[in-house]
Design a protein around this ligand. Structure first.
Ligand SMILES: [Mg+2]
Length: 251
């Protein structure tokens, strides 16, 4: 376990412009690779319903609880994982297209999870850096970045277009890590077991949040070294959480 890392300089008073905050580079700066769906925005149940409707459109019966268990995978992985390789081979692209249409009807309902922006602000105020690592479609990611008002808070964001294989493969994590290569330490923050598995494959520790509907025991079982209720809970304990989780950048 690494030692607790104090802020390199005191954060400015509330209301100060972001450029008055600590420069987010070098030193003991942590690079946080932050999932979006279920971690920062309350989307997991809308995605579950959208996928359920998409499977039904094509005559594939799938109980919604099975879909929910696969939240955190991108669409490229989810169809086969939920319905099998045969359905993926015959109908994968059609089901993904249907899901996109159904989810587009629901995305307007999406709200931020408690503490979502506070977590990003807390990272930035300490001089840490963050990349939002999502396997959602780019237009959805851009919608969430605007909902979070986070364009000035994070270094970058990824989407499904940035990699060939989404979580639980480590590609998205590795792509995000490249943007944080000059950080001293890295950590993944996510809400599903798939985030933890992908992080482990990339050699980066993970913090899990319960806000996506996965249990603390299964998040720990998948490799999370810390579990918090939601982004607000993590933001309130951020220094201790990062001291216990973030590890040196794999070289
Ligand atoms: Mg997620």
């Amino acid at each position: 376990m690494t030692s607790k890392t104090p802020p390199r300089q005191p954060p400015p008073p509330a209301g100060e412009p972001l450029d008055a905050w600590p420069a987010p580079q070098g030193g003991d700066a942590v690079g946080a690779i932050v999932d979006i769906d279920g971690t920062l925005v309350d989307t997991n149940y809308q995605h579950t319903v959208a996928w359920g409707r998409a499977f039904a459109d094509h005559g594939v019966e799938v109980p919604l609880w099975r879909v929910h268990r696969h939240n955190g995978m991108g669409g490229d992985q989810l169809v086969a994982a939920v319905a099998g390789d045969d359905v993926e081979a015959r109908l994968g692209d059609e089901i993904r297209e249907s899901e996109a249409q159904h989810y587009a009807e629901l995305i307007g309902e999406v709200t931020l999870l408690p503490g979502a922006r506070d977590l990003l602000v807390g990272l930035r105020r300490r001089g840490h850096r963050a990349v939002l690592a999502s396997s959602a479609k780019l237009e959805e990611v851009e919608h969430y970045v605007d909902l979070l008002d986070a364009r000035e808070l994070v270094d970058a964001w990824t989407s499904s277009a940035d990699v060939d294989r989404t979580k639980p493969h480590p590609d998205l994590i590795a792509t995000a890590a490249e943007r944080l290569a000059d950080s001293a330490r890295l950590v993944v923050i996510g809400d599903t077991t798939w985030d933890a598995v992908a992080a482990d494959k990339a050699g980066i520790p993970a913090i899990g949040l319960l806000s996506g509907g996965f249990g603390a025991d299964e998040l720990r079982g998948a490799g999370c070294c810390g579990v918090y209720t939601d982004a607000a809970d993590l933001a309130a304990a951020l220094d201790d959480a990062l001291a216990g989780a973030a590890s040196p950048v794999p070289r």
